[in-house]
Each structure stands twice: as C-alpha cells, then as structure tokens.
Design a protein around this ligand. Structure first.
Ligand code: ATP
Length: 769
C-alpha cells in the first residue's frame, strides 16, 4: 500500500533527526578511537621496550617475565577495545546512511498507547535511553519478520509475549533519503525484494536483514535445536540465512558465545571470501571458516589428503572405487563398525611401534605391548592409551634421572659458562637446593630432558601406535555387505596401503581413520566449539558428517544443503537424507526447515532450472522477469568456441561478470586457452580466494554456492550430460545465474534439455552448410 506524500515527509523528518544524532555519536566515537589508538601505541611501545630489557641480571628475570606477561595482556586488551570501537564506527557509518528499514506499530493492551518502533541493522539509543532504532535481532523485531497485522506472539527471554500489530511499514533509505516506503501486511513485501534482487552481483554477498522472509527467519532464530537441517532449493537463501543466524546467535548469547566458537564448513575458498563481508556489515566478527579439505589436511599432517575435487576429476576419467565399496565406506554402519572395533580391541592386538631415538630403539614395541596387556581388559580405549602414555613418561623420567649422572652430562656441565649455567637453572636460583650435588643433578636432568625431547614428544603425541596399520587391520576383519566382492575389497585395502607408502590418503578413508585414531588415543575432540554449520551438506558423506560431530562433541549443528545439487553422488530424496541424519546424529532436538522459494534467478531461469529436475514442481520462482534462457547449438568445437566468444562479448555489454561454467577442469582449460587470446579472461583454480570481474572460467564444483550476473554453460551436449545421473550438475550450473543464462552445446544437446518444454528457452541453431 503506498503511503501519502505527507506521511513520507514526516518520516523523512524523523530520518533526518535520527541521522543527526547518529552523526554526532559517530564524531564522539571517532574521538574515542583516536584516544584508544594513542593508548594502544603507548602500551605497545612500552611492551616493546620492556621486551628488549637486558635480562642478564638473573634475579630480575622472574619479575620481568611476569611483568611481560601482564603487559602482553594489556596490549591484547587495548587492541581488542580499539577493535570494538572501530566496529562501532562502522555500524554508525552504516546507520547514518540508512538508519532503519522497518517500522512496526504495536499496542500491548487496549488501555496502553500504541508504540512506533523502528528496526535497523543495529540498535541506536539516545541520551535519554530511548530506542530510536531497534536491532533486527531484538526479541520484538521478530514481529516485523513473522507477523501479519493483528494479534502476534513473540519470544522474549521472559517467555512468550503477545501484542497487537497495527502497522508494518518498510523503507528503502539511501544516503539519508527515503527512496521507497510502503505499508504491508506481508512478511516483507515483494516490492522491496524486487528492487534488491534486480541489482547486479557484487564481489561480496550482501546481508539480507531488511528483507528476511518468514521461513528464513525461523532458521535464523532457532535457538532450540541441537540439529537443525535446512533443505533449500538453489538460491533460496540458505547461505544468507546461515550468516544471519550466526549474527543472531552472537547477539542472543553475547555473554557466553564468541565468534571463534563457531565454525562454518564452506565448499571452497572462493565462497569463503565471497561471504566474508556479511557479518562485518552487521557489526559482528566473522566465525571461523574451513573447507573439508583444510580440516582433514590439518589432521593428517605429513599426508596429502585427496580433495573432493580431485576425486571428482579422477572419477571422470575412470571409476576407481567401486560404487558398492564407496557406499559402504561412507555409511553410518562403517563408522559404527570402527567404533565397535576400537571398543573391543584387545590390548595385544594393538599395533604399537618402537619409539626410536638416534637410530636406536628407545622403547620397544614389545615393552609397550606388555604395558598395555598388563592393564585391566575392561578399560576404555582412551583411558588405556592415557595409562600407557603415563607409564612411558614415568619410565622416560627414570631413564632421565639415571642418565643425568652420566659422564657425558657431567662433561657438559663442567664446561658451562656462568650465563649458560643460569639458563639451565631456569626459574630456580642458586641456593634453592640442599647441596651443590642436587643443583648439578638438577641441571643434568634439564640437559638430558632437552636431549630426549623427541622421545617425550613421541609419547605425548601417541606416535607409538601405528594407526595406519591398525586401520589396515580393521579393514581386514570387518563385516562387509555381500554386494562387495572379496577380490575388490582386497584391491581397496592394497590401494590404501600403497597410498600410505606414498604419503597419500583417499578421501574415503579419512573419516573412519580419524575416528579410529581419536577413539583409540582419546584425542582429536574440541569441546570449545558451540556451533557448527555445514553448507552444501549434500557433498558430505554421512561418515564425514559423523566424524565432524565426533570432533565437536558439544556443538549444536546446522546442516544446510540441496539434495538436487549433488555433484559428487546421485541425488538423494531429502526425506531419506533427513531420516538418516536424525538417526545417525542421535540427537534429542532435531528440526527440519525446507525452503522452496528461489530468490537468486529471474522467473525464466528458475522455471528452466526446475524443469530439469524430476520433482522440480515444489520449487517456486520469485517473480522477477528476465529473458528466456538461450540454448545455442554449434557443430564442431571450433564453431562452438567462436559462438562462445560472441556470446561472452555480448553479455559483457550489460553485465560485470560472465561466468563460463564447465563440467570439469580439462574443459575449463580448453575454453580458457581459446578465450585468453581473444579477450581478458581468468581461469579460476581451487586455491583462488578472490574473484576478478569480467570473464571467469571454472568447473562447476568451484562455483558451488556462488552466483553470477550471467552464466554460460559450456558444452551441454548429449556427450557430456547423457542421462539422469548428470541432472544435479546441470541444475547447479543453471541455478548460478541471476539475470542471464546461456547453454552452449557442441553438437547434439543433452536429452535432459532436448526433452524440456520448448517454451522454457529460446534456441539458436547453427545452420549446417
Ligand atoms: N530474504 C532475502 N532478501 C534478499 N535477498 C535474498 C533473500 N534471500 C535470498 N536472497 C538472495 O538470493 C541469492 C541466493 O541466496 P543464497 O546464496 O543464500 O542461497 P542458497 O540457498 O545458499 O543457494 P545455493 O544453494 O544455490 O548456493 C543471494 O543473492 C541472496 O542475497
């Protein structure tokens, strides 16, 4: 409903008044920042000076250390306060551009006067403690996102409250001017969404606070579930919702939750970069981000971990792992077998190895096995391992005591100068000991301890258990489904062994091997993490998800995905996946939210993309009009590449980015080789973190989670996408496009497209001569 000019004038006056106050506050905050900066400088300088203090005066040393510690903390605190102030400056700057985007008029009871509340990206309180703007995350703000006019309920820390929503008004304010304003009864009216979604793609994802939709709001504000699963179609705002959710949780649990207690598993590094500005734009620090490959590599130091992309590329050349084996190794059953194996493993079956020092056996495998077998058989594996460690450390200490009196040690001590002697004494002082012999013995122990550090580290890190051998043993004795041929299974085991020899590990073995290692050694769990988010969860095996759950035992999980965009396996029905997850995660409070409305693409692109899917009917397109997708058919590669160039050039006339998406890397390279001689183009790699504008070429798996103004799918031929198994790929490619989609086929087009309703696209055939 449009509002009158007079109302708009009144609102503009309020906007002006609020901005005036915001600007005054910003000025004051700038002053505070400058002051904080000066203070940080002084403290830092002081710390620097003290740090280089001459510590030769031995007696001063202990105090200096304590003092330095204290100063270091002061520096850290000063830097943190400055960072907080700087964030406030950022927030105020945003507010002075656009202080709010919504207004709600509410009346709690008939005898109270109605209140007008304005909602923006952050709260702004005047000197008299009046809320001129309410943070979008405040309890009352949920009324704006959830409620239609009339009686509405909302959650507060004190329980559910009820109020009467009398008016809901939306604003678009830019540079302090109301551009657009109207009243609505819907969650957030289509008009503002239309204008937001019609814009061009940016280098960074934008926050969506002003236009959050009802179902998205449910995801954002869920503080109840231990496992929240979101199944959302392409472009439905899953990633947007997850980031808003993080901002919400940080606000909601300010006192007990830090940004670095949340981890987002993202599909690739480009994506990590793409979303990196959303939280800062809301005045929050970013959560941690990691890709699965990075997470696994950090846990397998010394081994090269196969990435999902490498496996995909390899699969395209030959099916190296049999589907039945892969299915088995990626299942919850396989992980359960690992768990059972670890808990039933008798001590004498543990694959210990010698601890070697300077080429000689320091603790032998037999000695370690004897320690293990002497422990009660019913001991939990982790306790048993700790007990073995403790015994080994005790024995190491004995050997150190013994060795401390050896001649070589005495020789070293005899030759120490005063300064080194004091260094070896460390925190102790001369005279702390009963006798000089004690003092020398103490120094001797220090010297030997340092020399045997490597042995200590080997014990501490549990290197005396050969987890690869142990896993190998597990692979040899587990219960296999009958569908797996014994010879193939033996080949799989050999493949694992050969990989280890060359310091490589297949993705398939990572999760079970880590679970085995953690269970037997009682390590690998992080209890500090409170929330884990997994985006594009359809690309994770259940085994991997279960391992992540094991690694963060106290965290709540939010898993988001689109089973239709499964690039690396066949599409799985959402319900089926959800049931499996619920059972496997074994959680009390699980919640499932589905998002069926797609916001990214024009109506025409979404209609085309959804028609590719066998059950695409559930997908609702947002009504933003654009051109029909164009299918171009060229005969022979040369004319296809020429056609591509023409199309790229045309698209660049009205868009900033044109993405040429291919099925795999080899094809991307081919396209790039051609384009780079004709225009400025960039070939994206797995290691890239930023994306340039212009023409970018990449295989579809690197474009996961991203979006582009214009997409050209290169070579959608029958050869490349022959059957239903390629639906996920094609759908993912098509759904990356916001405004323009072109599909170019070399020779006959894929039957997946040929069978579509011809009104969904235009077709441009090359005339054969
Ligand atoms: N409520 C909203 N208001 C404005 N824009 C929105 C909203 N929801 C989603 N969008 C926009 O729609 C696009 C797609 O959102 P997003 O990338 O979060 O979807 P997704 O479900 O993660 O997609 P995919 O699975 O295809 O990667 C983005 O440009 C996002 O800004």
């Amino acid at each position: 409903m449009t509002t009158s000019d007079q109302e708009q004038q009144q609102e503009q006056q309020r906007v002006d008044a609020v901005i005036k106050q915001v600007k005054a506050r910003a000025k004051e905050t700038d002053r505070l920042v400058a002051k904080a900066h000066r203070e940080t400088d002084v403290i830092q300088k002081n710390y620097g000076d003290n740090n280089s203090v001459n510590t030769f005066e031995v007696d001063d040393r202990i105090e200096t250390n304590a003092e330095l510690q204290q100063q270091k903390q002061m520096v850290e605190r000063a830097v943190e306060s400055e960072a907080i102030l700087n964030r406030q400056v950022g927030v105020l700057k945003d507010l002075s551009n656009s202080p709010y985007f919504g207004r709600i008029d509410i009346q709690d009871s008939p005898d109270e006067t109605p209140e007008k509340l304005y909602i923006g990206t952050a709260s702004f309180v005047d000197e008299k403690q009046n809320f001129l703007v309410y943070d979008w995350r405040a309890p009352i703000s949920s009324v704006y996102y959830n409620g239609t006019l009339g009686k509405v309920n909302y959650q507060t820390p004190m329980g559910e409250q009820t109020t009467e929503l009398q008016k809901k008004r939306q604003f678009q304010i830019d540079h302090g001017q109301i551009k657009n304003m109207f009243d609505t009864n819907e969650t957030v009216g289509d008009e503002i969404l239309q204008s937001v979604l019609g814009e061009q793609n940016d280098a960074y994802m934008q926050n969506i606070v002003a236009t959050i939709q009802k179902e998205q709001n449910d995801i954002i504000r869920d503080t109840y579930s231990d496992l929240l699963v979101v199944q959302g179609v392409a472009g439905s705002g899953k990633t947007s919702a997850i980031l808003q959710r993080i901002a919400f949780l940080l606000y909601h649990s300010r006192a007990s939750l830090e940004a670095d207690q949340m981890v987002l598993f993202s599909p690739n590094r480009l994506f990590s970069h793409y979303i990196s500005e959303v939280l800062p734009s809301l005045g929050e620090r970013n959560m941690r981000q990691v890709t699965l490959a990075e997470f696994l590599s950090a846990r397998f130091q010394g081994l090269t971990v196969e990435s999902l992309f490498e496996r995909y590329e390899r699969d395209r050349q030959s099916m190296t792992q049999m589907p039945a084996i892969r299915q088995f190794q990626e299942s919850a059953d396989f992980m359960q077998q690992v768990d059972a194996y670890c808990h039933q493993l008798p001590a004498d079956q543990m694959r210990f190895t010698n601890i070697v020092f300077n080429g000689e056996v320091f603790f032998s495998r037999a000695e370690i096995t004897a320690i293990a077998t002497a422990l009660p058989a019913a001991m939990q594996p982790a306790d048993r391992f700790l007990s073995i460690k403790n015994t080994l450390i005790k024995r190491l200490k004995h050997r150190i005591d013994h060795e401390a009196q050896a001649d070589w040690v005495n020789d070293i001590i005899d030759q120490l100068n005063d300064e080194d002697y004091h260094d070896w004494l460390g925190d102790k002082r001369r005279g702390d000991f009963q006798s000089l012999d004690d003092e020398v013995f103490y120094i001797g122990k220090q010297i030997v301890t340092k020399r045997l550090r490597q042995v200590y580290d080997a014990i501490y890190n549990g290197y005396f258990l050969d987890t690869y051998e142990q896993y190998n043993d597990f692979l040899n004795q587990l219960d296999r489904p009958t569908a797996i041929d014994p010879a193939q299974w033996q080949a799989r085991i050999q493949q694992f062994q050969a990989g280890i020899e060359y310091h490589r590990i297949a993705l398939l073995d990572c999760a079970p091997l880590l679970l085995l290692r953690d269970s037997l050694t009682g390590s690998g769990q992080n209890r500090r993490m409170q929330y884990i988010f997994v985006d594009e969860m359809q690309d994770y095996s259940l085994a991997q998800l279960l391992y992540i759950k094991h690694a963060f035992p106290l965290a709540k999980f939010t898993l988001l995905g689109d089973s239709e965009q499964a690039l690396f396996k066949d599409i799985e029905r959402p319900q089926q996946l959800l049931e499996r997850l619920r059972d496997a995660f074994n959680v009390r409070r699980a919640n499932l939210i589905t998002l069926n409305k797609s916001y990214r693409s024009t109506l025409q692109i979404t209609n085309f993309a959804k028609a590719l899917l066998p059950d695409g009917d559930q997908i609702q397109a947002f009504t933003r009009e654009g051109d029909l997708p164009k299918v171009m058919i060229r005969y022979g590669e040369d004319s296809a590449l020429k056609g591509l160039l023409t199309e790229v050039t045309q698209q660049l006339e009205h868009t900033k980015t044109v993405a040429v998406l291919t099925k795999d890397l080899a094809e991307s390279k081919k396209v790039y080789q051609y384009l780079k001689h004709q225009t400025i183009a960039t070939l994206m790699a797995d290691s890239d973190r930023t994306m340039p504008q212009g023409v970018i070429v990449m295989p579809i798996y690197l474009a996961k989670g991203l979006e582009f103004d214009a997409v050209i799918a290169y070579d959608v031929s029958a050869k490349n996408y022959p059957d239903a198994a390629s639906v996920g790929l094609l759908y993912t490619i098509a759904s990356r496009a916001m405004h323009h989609l072109t599909l170019l086929s070399v020779d006959d087009v894929s039957p997946l497209i040929a069978h579509l309703d011809p009104t969904l696209f235009t077709i441009e055939h090359q005339v054969r001569v």
